[in-house]
Design a protein around this ligand. Structure first.
Ligand SMILES: Nc1ncnc2c1ncn2[C@@H]1O[C@H](COP(=O)(O)OP(=O)(O)O)[C@@H](O)[C@H]1O
Ligand SMILES: O=C(O)C1=C[C@@H](OP(=O)(O)O)[C@@H](O)[C@H](O)C1
Ligand SMILES: [Mg+2]
Length: 205
């Protein structure tokens, strides 16, 4: 692709956040390939560390057990640069996770609930969604409650990309790259743009 860049964010990684089904996992792969960054999926790493799939982790250790692993894995990912990191939808809830997310630039993929429901309804691989089958409001109800609980946290992202409306994952990846270029032009000191402050020499003593 013509917009494939070299260090679009300087060395910083890109963290994709957003609701379950927003396309974080899918778009991370596409964006990483286009930018020549490394694709990383926190949920995949959690499964590798735990040695079992996410529903089994929820079944054995509950959501709290899963969240503890998520925080641990996210913290280790923060040491790496030039990655496009797909997080899980609930990563924003724990305040301590934000220290790791802010190791890079945080992008919220914002997709309407109705579209999310169509993508993830009935998916047994997403335990919080699968549990919706037993609830009166169904998948839409569970996703709406989730967005109400998490919306303010998603809004803490550096960049918000509206990623619904039938856009393909590749189109969303392009929209993210464009939004990042704008964000970085507006925030040069943080991401090494032309007006970035020169590093100051450490004062010895
Ligand atoms: N832009 C898109 N348009 C249509 N379907 C999509 C899009 N992005 C992802 N999907 C599909 O929606 C589902 C959820 O995508 P996924 O990448 O797993 O989301 P997340 O990681 O945010 O939960 C998958 O089946 C995926 O193929
Ligand atoms: O929203 C959530 O709390 C979760 C989302 C999932 O990731 P996706 O956002 O990729 O579905 C996964 O981390 C886990 O099932 C919990
Ligand atoms: Mg995912």
């Amino acid at each position: 692709m013509g917009w494939a860049g070299y260090g679009v964010t300087g060395a910083a990684s890109i963290y994709l956040i957003g609701m379950t089904g927003a396309g974080k996992t899918t778009v991370a792969r596409s964006l990483a390939a286009a930018l020549r960054y490394r694709p990383v999926d926190v949920d995949e790493l959690i499964e590798a560390v735990a040695g079992e799939p996410i529903p089994a982790i929820f079944a054995a250790d509950g959501e709290e057990g899963f969240r503890a692993l998520e925080t641990e894995v996210l913290g280790s990912v923060a040491a790496f640069v030039k990655c496009v990191v797909a997080t899980g939808g609930g990563v924003v809830v724990r305040r301590e996770n934000w220290g790791a997310l802010h190791a890079g630039v945080v992008v919220w993929l914002d997709v309407p609930v109705a579209e999310l429901a169509g993508r993830v309804g009935g998916d047994p691989g997403r335990p919080l969604v699968a549990a919706a089958a037993d609830k009166p409001g169904g998948v839409q109800g569970v996703l709406t409650d989730m967005l109400t609980a998490r919306g303010d946290a998603y809004a803490q992202a550096d960049v918000r990309v509206r990623a619904g409306g039938g856009q393909t994952p590749e189109e969303v990846a392009l929209a993210v790259a464009e939004a990042l270029l704008t964000f970085i032009a507006d925030n040069p000191p943080r991401f090494g743009g032309k007006d970035a402050a020169a590093p100051t020499a450490a004062k010895g003593g």
